[in-house]
Every structure is written in structure tokens, then in C-alpha cells.
Ligand binder design. Structure first.
Ligand SMILES: [Zn+2]
Length: 308
């Protein structure tokens, strides 16, 4: 009787310890963008916990380096970055301060998601400050392209398997499910966008080259005179003339920019202003990588309707 009670107590303790262990053993994945966190959560399942430094409604070039990020990074097993210097303004000092060797560039715990992706807008010739905030390695807003999403998911699965060999089968299974869903959704998105192939658009910042290429939109100009440079009266006038001359139906604006200039231009031209979200979390409805395209495509379609 007494023995069996001790046994029961041990069993309970063992059960509690067993219940607590998976939580402790979870791989801590930190990404700079919620998009990568979303893909990592899909591929990692319950073997990982994810955290994103930038929130989807923030301009990904300018992220406040909170002290809590250092603590996060000090405990990180895998850091996923956009690379191409998107995070150059805030991330390198955070990595240094974390004193976590696992996540230094070149370590297995550092994953540059741009590797293997189609990168557009690689400048030819010399990049100077006069060109604005141009990234010398190409346009870092490459994740709003489903096929790049697939490349990123595969890279994350491979890296998770390397860091956590016991989860290899889980990661392979989750990756297959992610890819299957992506393939199905891509057909749906492509079909929705097909009638609008060739549509001319103005975008606020140069955030959409990959999205536009995939969905066959034709970006003819930007509200920013140069990347990262706020609208100027001269350039705004040029954009108004361009929209009128080329009958551009929509102006796409990222959620973190002031709509004053786009609204002014729209008032002069009749083009519609559409908020397009570059990232998961841009609005609460965008809970994952699939919802990102669902939301953006519906917003685009609503904006372009009756305009061309
Ligand atoms: Zn940019």
C-alpha cells in the first residue's frame, strides 16, 4: 500500500516533469519579420516557439531596438533575417549585445532567408547616397512572392533539422503540408489576379517588385522620389502627370506611411489608394503567410474594380 502510494507519487512527478519538458526543449526561433516567424511556426509546429522583433505594421527598415530584444536574442537557437541589409540599422548591435555565439552570421543558428530566393533590383554599377536608401545587394522586400515563400520554408526546415535532428521527420511532414497548401493557394491567387495582368500601379515605397512580377502588375513609379526619401512637391506633380498620362488606376501604400500625399494624388487623378500590407501582422486579420496574400489580393481587387 505504502509502496504503491510512493510509486503513484513518483508517477505523478514523472508525469509533471514529462509535461514540462517539451516546453523547455522547444527550439527558440527569433525572426526579424513576422513573415518568417509565421513560416517557421508552420514548419516547426510544436517543436519550436517563435518571436518576431519587427511587427508587421512597422516599417521593416526602422525597428526600435528594445532592450528586451537583447534578452530574447540571448536565448535564441535560430535567428532568421531578411538579409540584403534590410536590418542593418538595428540588428548587428543587438546580436553583439546578446553575447549568443549561436546566432552570429555564419553560425548554424543564423539563417539569411534571402539565400536561394529570387532577388530583384540588384543595382548595376556603384551605389551612392545620392540614390537614396538603395540596398547594394538588391531589393530586400522579396518575401511577398509565394515561390520565395516556398524557398524560405525549405531553408527553415533544413536548418531546423540540422539544429534538432530528432525533429527531422516532423519538419519534413510540416514542410510538405505547407508546400501543398501554398501550391493550392497560389492557384487561387493567380486565378484571381489573372484578369488584371499588366495593370499599371504606383507604389509608395519600392516594396513590391517580387509581388508585382509574380502577379504581373506593372510598377510605373513610386510616391517616394527615391527609396526612403519622403514625397516632394516636384516629384508628386510628376506622379500626378504620370498617372494621368498612363491611366494608372491604383496607388499601393504600405500601412506605415502617411496617406496625405497618396490621397492628394488620388484626388487630382481619380486613382484609388489601396493599403497593401507587406507583412504578416500588418493588420490583425493577417495571422499567417497565407492570410497575407488573401488580404492583399482582396484589397487590390477592391481598389482596382471599376477603375480600368
Ligand atoms: Zn525598402
Amino acid at each position: 500500500m505504502k509502496l504503491s502510494r510512493i510509486f503513484l507519487a513518483l508517477l505523478l512527478l514523472g508525469g509533471l516533469a514529462g509535461a514540462a519538458r517539451p516546453a523547455q526543449a522547444k527550439l527558440r526561433v527569433v525572426s526579424t519579420l513576422q513573415d518568417f516567424a509565421s513560416i517557421a511556426a508552420a514548419v516547426g509546429g510544436d517543436r519550436v516557439e517563435t518571436f518576431s522583433l519587427a511587427k508587421g505594421y512597422q516599417d521593416p527598415h526602422f525597428v526600435d531596438a528594445k532592450p528586451s530584444f537583447v534578452l530574447q536574442l540571448s536565448r535564441t537557437d535560430l535567428l532568421i533575417v531578411a538579409g540584403l541589409e534590410l536590418e542593418i540599422g538595428y540588428l548587428p548591435p543587438l546580436i553583439d549585445q546578446s553575447r549568443n555565439d549561436k546566432i552570429h552570421p555564419g553560425s548554424p543558428g543564423y539563417l539569411d532567408a534571402s539565400v536561394g530566393c529570387e532577388i530583384l533590383g540588384r543595382p548595376t554599377g556603384q551605389v551612392t547616397r545620392a540614390m537614396g536608401d538603395v540596398h547594394p545587394y538588391g531589393n530586400p522586400h522579396y518575401w511577398t512572392e509565394p515561390e520565395n515563400g516556398r524557398v524560405i520554408a525549405r531553408a527553415i526546415a533544413a536548418r531546423l533539422s540540422q539544429l534538432d535532428a530528432a525533429g527531422r521527420d516532423t519538419y519534413a511532414k510540416n514542410l510538405a503540408a505547407f508546400e501543398q497548401k501554398l501550391t493550392a493557394k497560389e492557384k487561387e491567387w493567380d486565378a484571381k489576379m489573372a484578369p488584371y495582368a499588366g495593370t499599371k500601379v504606383i507604389t509608395f515605397h519600392d516594396s513590391w517588385p517580387n509581388f508585382a512580377k509574380h502577379f504581373k502588375l506593372n510598377i510605373v513609379g513610386h510616391v517616394e522620389p527615391k527609396p526612403g526619401i519622403p514625397p516632394s512637391p516636384t516629384h508628386t506633380l510628376e506622379i500626378i502627370n504620370l498617372i494621368q498620362a498612363q491611366k494608372v488606376p491604383v496607388i499601393l501604400v504600405e500601412p506605415y506611411f502617411d496617406k496625405k500625399t497618396p490621397d492628394y494624388v488620388a484626388g487630382k487623378t481619380g486613382a484609388s489608394v489601396v493599403t497593401l500590407f507587406p507583412s504578416v501582422g500588418g493588420t490583425p486579420a493577417i495571422k499567417d503567410y497565407f492570410a497575407l496574400f488573401d488580404t492583399d489580393i482582396d484589397a487590390f481587387l477592391a481598389g482596382v474594380k471599376g477603375k480600368r
